[in-house]
Design a protein around this ligand. Sequence first.
Ligand SMILES: [Zn+2]
Ligand SMILES: [Zn+2]
Length: 242
Amino acid sequence: MPGSDQRRVARAAAAASRTLADLLWPPRCGGCDLPGRLLCEKCAAALPRIDVTDACPRCGAPDGSRGCAECGGRDFAFAGARCGGSFEPPLSRLVTLHKDAGELRLTAVLAHLLRTAAGDWTDWAQAAVAVPASPAAVRRRGFDHGALLGAAFAAESGVPALEALSARSRQDQRGLGASARARNARSAIAPVPGVAVPPRVLAIDDVFTTGATLDAATSALLEAGAREVRVLAVARACGGRL
Ligand SMILES: [Zn+2]
Ligand SMILES: [Zn+2]
């Protein structure tokens, strides 16, 4: 089946399953559980958005544009980072419901935040590569939230999604310190052999905590042919919280 037909069938199937899900489990706000919509007006207004002009250009932390306590002294392989908002309620709740409770209808909401955070980077980028979830996490959850987010961001932004990274099993990053995260992440992400990676790439993840996972993803993308990688995350968890 040609690619465009495949995409049409996939879109129709996704729309049908969304309709069914809406009938069986009517949408509730991911921020406050109010029935009716996936994100109510109050929670949409309360999202702790990060203004890119005030944020740290290296790690995307809020208010870090003139000196950043989050990433000072640390080297990253990526050239810059932008994040949609702080990992605080109601955004943290949306991210957690999406990933850990399988509320996949939130993928579009999170992808929209990513698109907003990306700004003019979507004109620069030639591909968007999502950080894949570990095989153990995919088995546990039944889906790869990273791949879903990457595909939804591509649909929203027009930057083509590229599945250029593979994940090996690793320890969950939550609860690990910065150096343990870096070691753990580096051993877990590798380029997919034979995938041509263009020079300018956006690496995508749901949460930027220490940057270790996105740094490892960047190193793998540079190894696979990228010349510059910028990173985008839905949420920025500051102070190593998660
Ligand atoms: Zn709400
Ligand atoms: Zn910073």
